[in-house]
Design a protein around this ligand. Structure first.
Ligand code: CP
Length: 315
């Protein structure tokens, strides 16, 4: 039995370099399966439950695609409104999870509350994979971003990686920074001052001797970057300051990325829209820098790896 068998994946905070490399290595193998347009029977007869209390396109559909490519099947809901989680006679999250635990072998949960995935894992026998909880963590996103950098650059060491945008409230950024903290790359954290990582994240980076600096203006650091990872402003996290922050928020144009290294890659967790339009202008999409759509294919492979590892059929 592998070390992930039967385990939850709720956060990337305690994942070691070795554990991350095992997930990436399995994902690479899974990517080969996807690219050959074949499927596997590794999870035949097993069921994934996708419980999405918040909207999603990528996370839910790619977990479903991943389970089906592994020969398993899927049940679930894409909105709490169609379940007993809301409305008259609404039940607790714990009761929903105890119920679904009878129907499925693995549960993916997305929920607006920080800590919801941990609460679910506390009552479920099946492994719980956190599909995003509040502003806390989104481990499959952080792992697929890590995979994308590794796949595109061939390494996770010796790079200069810009993390651009709302670092404070973006759960995917929290998951990514903890993944990257296990490697030897330099991080440039670019955001308006109010949107910087919490001190607890910076303490982790310091304790792991990760080279990092904070900046406010992406134009001033673009020439140094091997990777530029952009995220949108989180409206819930920004609160009353949202409108003001939005107007000063980084906008990535082709003119900007043309100033960077020739082999710069540009990533985004998507969706990339807000009330002012796109954080990455559409003109960047067909440039040699863009990787934000490839990330989604890698995301299926990473989620196949997470499912197969936690079900104990690989590893
Ligand atoms: N990146 C991401 O989590 O996308 P979805 O909200 O569409 O799942």
């Amino acid at each position: 039995m592998g070390r992930f068998a039967g385990k939850d994946i709720l956060s990337t905070e305690r994942l070691s370099r070795d554990e991350i490399e095992e997930i990436l290595s399995e994902a690479k193998w899974m990517l080969g399966v996807i690219e050959r347009r074949t499927s596997l029977n590794l999870l035949a007869g097993r069921i994934l439950a996708t419980l999405f209390f918040q909207t999603s396109t990528r996370t839910r559909l790619s977990f479903e695609s991943a389970m089906q490519r592994l020969g398993g099947s899927v049940l679930g809901f894409a909105s709490a409104d169609s379940s007993r989680a809301t409305g008259p006679r609404a039940e607790t999250l714990e009761d929903t999870i105890r119920t679904v635990d009878q129907y499925a072998d693995v549960i993916v949960l997305r929920h607006p509350d920080t800590g919801a995935a941990t609460r679910a894992a506390g009552v479920a026998v099946a492994p719980v994979l956190n599909g995003g909880d509040g502003t806390n963590q989104h481990p499959s996103q952080g792992l697929l971003d890590t995979y994308t950098i590794w796949h595109e650059k061939g390494t996770l060491d010796g790079l200069t990686i810009g993390m651009v945008g709302d670092l404070r409230s973006t759960r995917g950024m929290h998951s990514l920074v903890h993944c990257l903290s296990n490697f030897h790359s330099r991080l440039i954290l670019v955001s308006p001052e109010q949107l910087r990582f919490d001190d607890s994240v910076k303490r982790v980076l310091k304790s792991k001797k990760v080279e990092f600096e904070e900046a406010t203006d992406v134009d001033r650091v673009i020439k140094e970057l091997d990777v530029m990872y952009v995220t949108r402003l989180n409206k819930e996290g920004a609160g009353e300051g949202y409108e003001a922050l939005l107007t000063s928020y980084p906008r990535i144009t082709l003119a900007l990325v043309n100033q960077g290294k020739k082999d710069l890659i540009v990533m985004h967790d998507l969706p990339r829209t807000d009330e002012l339009g796109l954080q990455i202008e559409a003109e960047v999409d067909d440039s040699p820098y863009a990787r934000y759509f490839q990330e989604m294919k890698y995301g299926v492979a990473v989620r196949m790896a997470m499912l197969a590892l936690t079900q104990g059929v690989v590893g």
